[in-house]
Write a protein that binds this ligand. Structure first.
Ligand SMILES: [Ca+2]
Ligand SMILES: [Ca+2]
Length: 675
């Protein structure tokens, strides 16, 4: 028997005040734990619906360093997050994705120094454990970011690996003395080919190992023509001629440098006795490294040989290795010398590699501590060829290995894992054979275009096509839908700072299929672009109207404080029923209340002769809702014959129903419970 379900919210004391949507039958305020709430004497009472954030499937993406600072040192921390769990629960949040928590070289944490520890800037291990405990008490899961493609170049594994060919960590990294030849010869299992030409010199960086600490006497000759070169020759004694006024310096480390002598024309020479553990550079300034003043070697061609001139570069100025120095190149997919890609060997046998054993060993620690899942970074770049089956093979092994530990902890469900594959759905789909969830970038790219074009009628079918694609590889696929994230320009910019569009996007995100992610600050209407640095899309939360108390200590001043006006604050938007934040709360709680929205099927509902509206059904276990969104700025009327429009369970903007005809205001949304 289908029971008419009544909606009762028993959320925190003030949530009721936030609900801007029309509660249809708000018949009492009793929750499931209310002793007066039980059925008495077998008398049938209506099944009550209660918002339960534990079922919403909504994950909140937060940046540990800029979310909430509990101790006033300017850096966000674990205790700050713990203090804001109520805030997250009020939005119906079921899980947190924390930016990398490990010690790292950069502020963002994506260059890990120790997978086994927490970054002391964020608090202690006990603080982190307390966060997990308190989150679980509120039915909020904790997912941590896990970087499997690379470590920091300062990771002790890497420093050991490059120090000696006999290091136990030597195989943890992709090292080669001649990358181009080794790739061609098939000697680097993770890179079957590289780029169109088979080799990308920009992804290889030199590391100096072992020798090179001895003192040598040498004469350097600098030919400063249109294409400067440097030559080194052995000398028995040091003698210089000419005038030491060239304005060009040989730099050999730790502040040590000496000026070249002018020998007429464009030739400069310098004889000296030197020792360097890493090599040399040529500088044209004694005080700055900026503006092309640093001259080194082009990537991959930085070995100085006796008597042979080496071409210099001031755009890709790598350290110049002195003769006799052992040089080895390491692979760094992201074209930065600060990362070093991990080596898991051939995908088929990756689980036997030292790096795999090490990163899974660390993962075990976090699973045993109570972490509920991982967000895996940059998975299409772990193995070099994104379209091959190597990465899915690797990821499946990683997943199975972690799931085994998770099960051993007594869990009956499977561990959660979501991965970043920054591509269209068509390229992501085959990766579903490995993991349960991937971010659906295509969702966001299509949504912003559709809203900006005011065209809604194809959106639902597009989403359905993605789902059909994923299902080929995994029947229980999870689309991790999202708007913008920490690597993209803010949604606020994509919508021209139009809050009505942002509200619509939020309502779409929280009523569509999949399991949505809400990125820190999106709920406040933050804007910012990457053009001035990624920091500008990672703005700290403004909890009150006080900009001076934000967690901006890690962002090096790259915070648009002009954007952080009072109206962007949590405090102000909580008090404003019409705020963007309250749209997130309304639809977040709706998703936490109706399993049709959190777990239901997704079936587009075509509306004839109308290009502006987007509509779909969600249905689960006999509960069915009809969702309608208006993607354009003007009001739209539509006849929805056969639909029950009498029970509006949530709306945003103007909504009215007359004679079976729905009228939705510009960028408006409405959700109807079906009989
Ligand atoms: Ca702090
Ligand atoms: Ca890689």
């Amino acid at each position: 028997m289908k029971t008419r379900r009544l909606l009762t919210f028993c959320l925190q004391f003030f949530v009721m005040a936030f609900l801007s949507f029309q509660l249809v039958s708000c018949h009492d305020d009793k929750g499931p734990d209310d002793p007066n709430n039980h059925n008495q004497g077998g008398k049938e009472e209506p099944t009550e619906l209660v918002a339960d954030n534990g079922t919403s499937g909504i994950t909140y993406q937060l940046l540990v360093y800029s979310f909430c600072d509990s101790d006033g040192d300017g850096v966000g921390d674990f205790n700050g997050i713990t203090s804001k769990l109520d805030y997250l629960q009020q939005m119906g949040v079921n899980a947190l994705w924390l930016s990398p928590i490990h010690p790292a070289s950069s502020y963002h944490g994506y260059d890990v120094l120790d997978y086994f520890d927490v970054n002391p800037d964020y608090g202690t291990m006990a603080d982190f454990q307390n966060l997990i405990k308190k989150a679980h008490e509120k039915k909020i899961k904790v997912y941590i970011d896990y970087v499997l493609n690379h470590t920091s170049k300062d990771h002790p594994w890497f420093l050991s690996a490059i120090s000696s060919e006999t290091s136990e960590y030597r195989d943890y990294y992709i090292l080669s003395k001649n990358p181009q030849a080794d790739i061609k010869a098939g000697k680097i299992p993770m890179i079957s080919s590289e780029g169109a030409s088979g080799y990308d010199s920009g992804q290889w960086f030199s590391a100096v190992a072992g020798s090179g600490n001895g003192t040598m006497k040498a004469k350097f000759t600098l030919e400063w023509g249109s294409s400067p070169t440097l030559k080194i020759e052995k000398v028995n004694s040091i003698s210089n001629s000419g005038t030491q006024n060239s304005g060009k310096y040989l730099y050999y480390g730790d502040g040590k440098m000496e000026q070249f002598y002018s020998n007429g024309g464009s030739t400069y020479t310098l004889s000296l006795e030197l020792a360097s553990s890493w090599g040399v550079l040529v500088r044209t300034s004694t005080t700055s490294w900026d503006g092309g003043t640093k001259w080194g070697a082009p990537s991959g061609k930085n070995q100085l040989a006796w008597g042979t001139a080496l071409k210099l570069s001031n755009t890709d100025a790598q350290d110049i290795l002195l003769p006799g120095m052992e040089s080895v190149f390491y692979h760094s997919h992201f074209w930065t010398s600060y990362f070093a890609d991990l080596n898991y060997g051939a995908a088929d046998t990756c689980e036997k590699s030292g790096a795999f054993l090490a990163v899974t060993d660390a993962a075990d620690k976090w699973i045993n501590m109570g972490v509920d899942g991982f967000r895996l970074d940059a998975v299409k770049h772990i193995y070099h060829n994104a379209n091959s089956e190597e990465n899915p093979t690797f990821l499946k092994k990683f997943y199975d290995r972690c799931n085994k530990t998770y099960k051993a902890c007594g869990h009956s469900d499977d561990i959660y894992m979501v991965a970043e594959h920054f591509s269209e759905a068509s390229e992501v789909a085959h990766y579903y054979s490995a993991l349960p969830a991937y971010f659906e970038f295509s969702f966001w790219w299509r949504l912003k275009d559709a809203i900006n074009q005011g065209v809604g009628n194809t959106f639902a079918n597009t989403l359905l096509s993605y789902r059909t694609l994923y299902a080929k590889y995994r029947p229980d696929f999870i689309e991790a839908t999202k708007l913008s994230n920490h690597d993209e320009d803010r949604a606020g910019n994509d919508f021209g700072k139009n809050v009505a569009k942002e509200k619509l996007a939020a309502a779409v995100l929280l009523t569509a299929g999949g399991e949505p992610y809400v990125y820190q600050g999106e709920e406040l209407g933050y804007y910012g672009t990457k053009s001035g640095g990624d920091e500008y899309v990672r703005t700290p939360m403004l909890w009150t109207s006080s900009v001076s108390s934000i967690a901006d200590g890690k962002l090096g001043g790259k915070v648009d404080k002009g954007m952080l006006k009072t109206l962007k604050s949590v405090e102000a938007q909580s008090a404003d029923e019409t705020s963007l934040l309250n749209v997130y709360r309304t639809f977040g709680n709706l998703r936490a209340t109706y399993k049709a929205l959190s777990k239901g099927s997704f079936v587009p509902r075509q509306i004839l002769n109308n290009t502006m509206l987007s509509a779909w059904y969600r249905e689960y276990d006999g509960q069915k809702v009809l969702v309608v969104h208006n993607f354009c700025g003007g009001s739209v009327s539509a006849s929805l014959s056969g639909e029950d429009l009498s029970n509006i369970i949530a709306s945003n903007g103007e909504v009215s129903v007359r004679d079976g005809k729905l009228n939705l205001g510009g960028y408006g949304s409405a959700v109807f419970l079906q009989k």
